[in-house]
Ligand binder design. Structure first.
Ligand code: SF4
Length: 301
């Protein structure tokens, strides 16, 4: 996050009714999975009601959430009850002081407590997302692996992408998936799992004990060829690809009495305009040519 984020006025934020109308339209196209991310979804008032509305939309098979975990302790139970099936917590350091420095909050214990409560209430899946940044937390790779193994969690190691709010990204700070895996293999015997189509991660389990981990090689081995995601921002923009410099305003259509068919036509056009993704950008130019597009806290990943 930047030090002074730009707050969006309330009237620009999509209402639950507008979101659900779009979810229904997405379902007509065959979408069956929704992930609520952010910004931070748990600061949205009555987010449980949104979860419940999405979960009960015909056609939706899976609903997950990515959160910074700050309010998870208080909300895990009600979210589970509302129909949330999986939760992913962004936790980029296991060291309290480091965590406080980057998040500007001394909330490490609170987030760990949130993960504990999430385990108690029985989500189908709990994942920890850790973006590995050279010089910041690359000395914690084994600590994260050990957490996954001992606590039976799924930790996902993510290559650093140029989407940070303070524009600090540089190729010298990227720790490759290969390097992450080789560090873990020095301590653990691991088994690679079959990759599900469209999955962002290559997943592994430990030969001994529980837990799994995934490696998201978004820079060194991107997975654009079967990427089938679309992103809808809080203020009603469709972002087809994280590296797309364009975004497409569906909010104004929703608010101008457009019919469902008109919105569907718009979405068909937007999908066709989807950028070719990071894989093509690197092939056509180089990794060094990647540049900051929009911060991840706007699109939520
Ligand atoms: S760069 Fe774009 S197309 Fe490639 S995986 Fe990311 S979002 Fe999908």
């Amino acid at each position: 996050m930047p030090e002074t984020p730009e707050w969006i006025p309330n009237e620009r934020i999509l209402s639950f009714e507008e979101i659900i109308r779009l979810v229904k339209i997405f379902c007509d196209f065959g979408v069956d999975r929704i992930r609520i991310s952010g910004g931070e979804p748990l600061v949205r008032k009555d987010v449980e009601r949104l979860v419940s509305l999405i979960a009960s939309t015909p056609g939706i098979k899976r609903i997950g959430m990515t959160t910074n975990g700050f309010y998870l302790e208080e909300k895990a139970r009600s979210l589970r009850k509302a129909g949330l099936q999986s939760v992913t917590v962004s936790l980029h350091s296991l060291r309290r002081s480091r965590f406080a420095t980057v998040t500007q909050r001394d909330a490490h214990e609170k987030v760990l407590q949130g993960i504990k409560v999430a385990k108690e209430v029985g989500f189908d899946s709990i994942k920890i997302n850790a973006v590995i940044i050279r010089g910041y937390n690359d000395d914690e790779i084994l600590d994260f692996a050990s957490l996954a193994n001992s606590e039976n969690l799924n930790v996902r190691f993510i290559e650093y992408m140029p989407f940070d709010g303070r524009k600090m990204w540089g190729m010298d700070k990227v720790v490759s998936g290969e390097e992450i895996l080789s560090k873990i293999k020095k301590l653990y015997n691991v088994i690679q799992l079959e990759r599900e189509q469209g999955s962002t991660a290559v997943n592994y389990k430990f030969e001994d004990g529980g837990g799994e981990f995934g490696i998201i090689t978004s820079i060194t081995k991107p997975f654009c060829s079967d990427c089938d995601r679309l992103r809808l921002t809080a203020d009603g923009k469709i972002v087809p690809c994280l590296f797309d410099t364009h975004e497409y305003d569906v909010a104004s259509l929703l608010r101008s009495n457009a019919s469902d068919e008109e919105i569907k036509d718009f979405l068909r056009r937007v999908v066709k305009l989807k950028a070719r993704g990071v894989e093509s950008l690197i092939k056509e130019s180089s990794v060094a040519s990647l540049h900051h597009v929009r911060p991840m806290y706007v699109t939520g990943g």
